[in-house]
Ligand binder design. Sequence first.
Ligand SMILES: [Zn+2]
Length: 137
Amino acid sequence: MTPAELRLTATASSELRTLVLPDGIEHAAVITCTVVRRADRTVLIARAVVGLDDGDVATSGDGFHLEVSPIALARLAKAAAARGETLVVVHSHPFPGRVAASPIDLARPRLTSAAPKPMWSPGTHVAFGPTSSSAAR
Ligand SMILES: [Zn+2]
């Protein structure tokens, strides 16, 4: 698997922070990206940041352990693929300190069945925290 680099403008990064870190509970968003394949890595260039609302996300009663609806992901992935783009799913870990994918993140179902081609890496998830982020795919 080649390494990947996600590039966001300062504006997109700020939008993402506003969408997924507005308070102390988990939130999710999707970044639609253009994919540039290079010999040594894949570069994902953010085109849009799309917030996911309560209709797209189920959250446990404590405000954590959210699950993004596969129907919402399929809808977004289909629209992105029609533009030749792919999706990166982002959710917040609204805790101080270094962010790392949780065991739940690593066990998340992949998007393979829902994602039309071309997708960069179905199931790419980024956990985004106040001071760092972590990607798993
Ligand atoms: Zn997580």
